[in-house]
Structure formats: C-alpha cells, structure tokens
Design a protein. Structure first.
Length: 194
C-alpha cells in the first residue's frame, strides 16, 4: 500500500510543476546521450497490438518519427499524441514516406486503451524493460525512500531512411510536435540520398 502511495505521488510529481521536492530525495535526469547526426541505435519493441517492431526494418525504406511520451492518459501526453495524430490526418506527416510511433514505458494493454480512447491510429510502442529509452538517454529517475522509479522524458525524434537522427526535441517543447512535423514534410520533399 505504501509503495502504491509513493508511485501515486511520483505520478503527481511528474505532471505537476514544480515536483513535490520534499517527497523526492533526488531526481536524476538522463540527458539525451545521442545527438543529431548520430546513427539511431536499433531496438525491438511491442506495439499496442502485441506485434514486434524493429527500427532496422525501416532502414532504407522509410523515415521514422518517434514521439516519446511520459505516461499514457496524462494531460501533456494526451495533448502530444493527439497533435501527432492531427499531423497525420492533415497530411503534414507523409505516412507513405514516414512511419510514426509513440513510445512509452506503458504496457501494450495500457497503450491499446490509450490509443482507443484518443482515436490514435499509429502504433504505440512499449519499452517496459527501459532498454530502448536507456540507450537513447531519455529516462528520468526518482529515488524515494531508497527506491528508484523511472519514466520516459518527453521527446520527438526523427530518423531518416539511412538511420541517422535528424531531430531531437525533448522536454516541454515536445508537447507540440510542430518542429518534427515540419521536418517530416521537408524530408519527404527532398530526393533520397544514397
């Protein structure tokens, strides 16, 4: 019961600004360990439909837009994912050329419910073991009563067809995916480079 209360407080802290500092002994933010121009590390994650997606499957075929969100059903994440869906619906993300994924630590079942509730028609990936988000350096760790809790930092990442990172937009700026949407449109209009 105490652990559930602590987790509840952490969720409130993640959503509220500023965090509840007197409950949190330390907050450690892993800064993006990758930068624009770096090769994007491969990963394999489960979708909200329990299918495996590998980043390398898109290399040479499609650009990839990763919309990383903190927690399904939270206000900021709902706004971020709805804005991504609006970008798809409006044609600002040319889906013939760009594959779009949401990424979080939530389970496939939670992501499925989140997608259904918000009419999201792109796959939501579950990184429940934190492996991909650690490699990409976008985890936030809180220690409460000598126990660590982690969740994703909000980010929009665009990877080109060659597997090179072309955009990293993290933090509060990523609630609005406009920069990523603009880049996806621009990349679609450019001829493919070998």
């Amino acid at each position: 019961m105490k652990r559930a209360l602590v987790i509840g407080l952490l969720l409130v802290a993640a959503i509220a600004a500023p965090p509840l500092a007197h409950h949190v002994q330390k907050a450690q933010i892993a800064r993006m360990s990758l930068k624009v121009g770096d090769p994007a590390p491969d990963f394999a994650l489960l979708t909200n439909e329990w299918k495996t997606v590998k980043l390398s499957d898109y290399r040479g075929k499609k650009n990839v837009f990763l919309a990383v969100y903190v927690l399904a059903f939270s206000e900021g994440c709902t706004k971020q994912m709805r804005a991504v869906q609006a970008g798809i619906d409006s044609g600002r993300i040319p889906t013939a050329d760009t594959e779009v994924f949401g990424v979080s630590l939530d389970s496939p079942a939670a992501n499925a419910a989140f997608a259904e509730q918000n009419s999201l028609h792109f796959p939501l990936l579950s990184d429940m073991n934190h492996k991909m988000l650690k490699i990409y350096g976008i985890l936030k760790t809180y220690s409460v009563e000598n126990e660590d809790y982690q969740w994703a930092l909000r980010a929009n990442i665009v990877i080109d067809k060659q597997g090179i990172i072309r955009l990293i937009d993290e933090g509060d700026n990523a609630v609005d995916p406009n920069t990523a949407l603009t880049l996806c449109t621009t990349m679609h209009k450019q001829p493919a480079s070998d």
